[in-house]
Design a protein around this ligand. Structure first.
Ligand code: TXA
Ligand code: MG
Length: 370
């Protein structure tokens, strides 16, 4: 299949008339049952008509994704939530008012209009109203309901540029809408509103504290290490190995200087054995690492920058063909929680502690632990 690539010329945040014409074409492809990758404010999505079971089957096939892993239905007007859900609780209305359009997905009981192919056989549906102007225009042109997982091949880091999408999807889908690099860089926060209190199934840009401000009490789905045996995560997608770079990824925790020494010692040992070694560090520390490939993921002072760069850096390491990557660790608070959640998954939860304790180092404030 030939994949058509359409370039948008977003003028600041506004769509030009030419962009609108392009998005109309994308909407037409979706109405016909085709697949279109498109930018959102979080990551690129791989869209299909959410109300057409056959389109959803095609999405699973293009991604190589297990079909029990449900898709998020993207809408562009709040009122459209009523036709794809059975109940919209007060909490959902409040969250929509506070955070939609934006990087928040809500799980609600599905209506009969949504095929089981889209929900992976579940009685619930994930709904999100993105804020990206191109996404909203395209959804409107497609008839209002676009099912879209992240537009990566299953198991690879989510795409934050159209080039990443092309790496995974060229020849497998009808169209890629290139709207430039996305803003946030990590997937939306997912909240399950079918349970009380509501539960966060995937951390994201909308943090627990932000949700609590609107809802009062919110719980978190336990991290895989903390789950009771036999219990599986409530977002089916969270059980699969994700975002994995081709090289083995190891996260190193501890005080700043200890982490640098630990990584350098391990890298030297690995390289002496003939391995090609990579390091993911923060801007403040990258000059101190000694390895084959050292990449900065942004400043430790700027979590938004780290979120925006993380997936691109993981993909770059695949091109650099390293066999092992060591990464600094991040504080798991606020947006840092989403960053660590994705990094841990990419590492298959492999974490090592650099010996020694923080009090022995010369770092100050909260910056000592990495
Ligand atoms: O930011 C995002 O959410 C991006 C953009 C494209 O909107 N989309 C995205 O979709 O990340 P995906 O398919 O890569 O991740 C959706 C996650 C999966 O872990 C899936 O299992 C979970 O949402 N999910 C979807 N429907 C669900 C449901 N009814 N109940 C529980 N989890 C659900
Ligand atoms: Mg995904």
């Amino acid at each position: 299949m030939e994949t058509k690539i359409i370039q948008l010329h977003l003028d600041g945040k506004e769509l030009s008339e030419k962009d609108k014409t392009s998005l109309k074409k994308a909407g037409h492809v979706l109405r016909e049952g085709g697949l279109v990758a498109f930018p959102t404010e979080t990551v690129y999505g791989l869209g299909g008509n959410a109300l057409n079971g056959e389109s959803s089957r095609r999405i699973y096939a293009a991604k190589g994704r297990p079909s029990d892993n449900p898709l998020i239905v993207h809408i562009c007007r709040f009122e459209d939530i009523y036709s794809i859900t059975k109940i919209v609780p007060e909490g959902a209305r409040k969250l929509a008012q506070a955070f939609w359009p934006g990087p928040l997905t809500m799980i609600l009981p599905k209506s009969d209009k949504v095929p089981y192919e889209t929900t992976g056989g579940l009685e619930t549906v994930a709904v999100r109203m993105p804020s990206h102007p191109a996404a909203r225009e395209m959804i409107a042109c497609a008839g209002g309901y676009v099912a879209a997982p992240s537009a990566n091949a299953s198991g690879r880091p989510s795409p934050t540029t159209a080039l990443h999408v092309a790496e995974d999807m060229l020849g497998k889908i009808d169209m890629i809408v290139d709207g430039g690099p996305v803003g946030i860089g990590l997937e939306s926060t997912i909240v399950d509103l079918t349970v009380s209190p509501p539960q966060i199934l995937r951390p994201g840009y909308i943090t627990k504290a932000m949700l609590e401000e609107v809802l009062g009490c919110v719980e978190e789905d336990p991290a895989p290490g903390e789950q009771k045996s036999g219990q599986s995560p409530r977002a089916p997608g969270m059980k699969y190995r994700h975002y994995a770079p081709r090289g083995e990824l190891i996260i190193v925790e501890g005080a700043k200087k200890k982490v640098i020494d630990f990584i350098n010692a391990r890298a030297a040992q690995d390289m002496a054995e003939g391995k090609r070694i990579g390091v993911i560090g923060t801007k403040e520390a990258v000059s101190l690492y000694r390895a084959d490939v050292v990449k900065s993921v942004g400043s430790r002072e700027n979590e938004e920058e780290i979120a925006a760069c993380l997936y691109a850096v993981l993909r770059e390491f695949d091109r650099d063909k390293v066999s092992r990557i060591y990464s600094e660790s991040f504080e798991a608070q606020g947006l840092g929680q989403a960053i660590m959640n994705r990094l841990l998954k990419a590492a298959g939860y492999r974490v090592e502690k650099a010996a020694g304790d923080a009090s022995e180092t010369e770092t100050q404030g909260g910056q000592g632990e990495i």
